[in-house]
Design a protein around this ligand. Sequence first.
Ligand code: NDP
Length: 446
Amino acid sequence: MQLLKPVFDSVLARNPGQPEFHQAVSEVLETIEPVVAKHPEWLKAGIVDRLVEPERQIMFRVAWIDDAGRVQVNRGYRVQFNSAIGPYKGGLRFHPSVNLGIIKFLGFEQIFKNSLTGLPIGGGKGGSDFDPKGKSDREIMAFCQSFMTELAKHIGADTDVPAGDIGVGGREIGFLYGQYKRLRNEFTGVLTGKGLGWGGSLARTEATGYGLCYFMNEALQHNGKSFKDQRVVISGSGNVAIYACEKAQEYGAKVVAMSDSSGYVVDENGIDLKLMKQIKEVERLRIKEYAARKPGAVFTPGCRGIWTVKCDIALPCATQNEIDEESAKILLGNGTWAVGEGANMPSTNEAIACYKNAGIIFAPAKAANAGGVATSALEMCQNSMRYNWTFEEVDQKLHQIMKDIYAHCTEVAKEYTGNEHDLVSGANIAGFVKVANAMYAQGIAY
Ligand code: NDP
């Protein structure tokens, strides 16, 4: 990085103690440099200097009462990063590891991802260090209501439209939406991922996992390969992982391992997804229960070990930085020839360098997991029309969007790097150009 080094230095100086945010910014700045070099007017207009600074960062106290009658205090966040091409859009994450740096890395990546979908959505992200694990439904509801009491002041169907992420699924969106409606007395598409009977879109639940496989299928075909009869390892067993497993199996893959934060299960007969859904979606139990109920399946504690399981295709769908350099080398040593990111930033920059050196197929998160937010935008569209599309209609639009993202990334990668398979550059540049053009056109307030 040369031209944009001063911008990166200033990000480091102004955002101390936010390593995930630094990591996400450095990956983007490295790849967009050749584009910025062609646009001196963007440099003069400080497009990148502005892009790395959120438009607004909101941090707030969330006090709620637990089942024992004790007052609990958590911290809430909403980072409204960029609204150049549409209302802020991005999920809410409830996990004890959440801090401002993590929300900023997610919000920053969301700008490019949302731009890539081709739909009119800006970038944002939010969440809390609240841990939903082990809480009763009443405690979850109390927390969600308190969280929304503040968040409602900052969001709206044309302003900022949150959705789910880690720890925020249909149950949490329901409690959040109920509180928003109570406070504002309006029924609008202010959140996505809603229930099907009250404004949700068919295929939204499946969208990120399905979209990942649609994108991977394009990449595999482009390289003369397919999912058929391939060994696939998927980390996580949440929303993204489960529906990635479903679609990969539909494509004929054999998914042999899945995980949660306590460990991983290997099932050489292929994951029984019906059983996995029962344990994870219905009963909300730990993954070792799968091995207890499925003869032949083996549970191993510790989640990193999943990358030692031999596979052709790895789909990390749990969390950020789950594949470091060491795990990447183990995967490559075991013959893995494709990695598709369902989670956000699951590979460290060092791991990505390993994939690049080995020349394997690598589908970066910004492009590969954009199906979730794309379908959220389709949910917004249906809410505005006060109309619902069928599952097939939404799924077909999602499929086309993922195909278009793949085609766009390869085209842009070829134009700027000469290598159409460099999807990291393709995704970053394609996402950036649209946002930069919009920011330039909209000027700066003097
Ligand atoms: P869920 O909460 O449904 O599932 C998360 C899964 O990852 C769980 O199995 C969880 O295990 C595991 N996990 C979470 N944190 C860790 C950790 N620190 N170490 C190991 N395992 C962990 O979340 P989603 O499936 O929605 O999200 C997964 C990833 O996909 C995230 O990176 C998210 O940002 C990204 N994503 C999600 C989208 C969506 O539409 N939901 C859209 C685009 C990206 P446990 O239950 O034990 O915590």
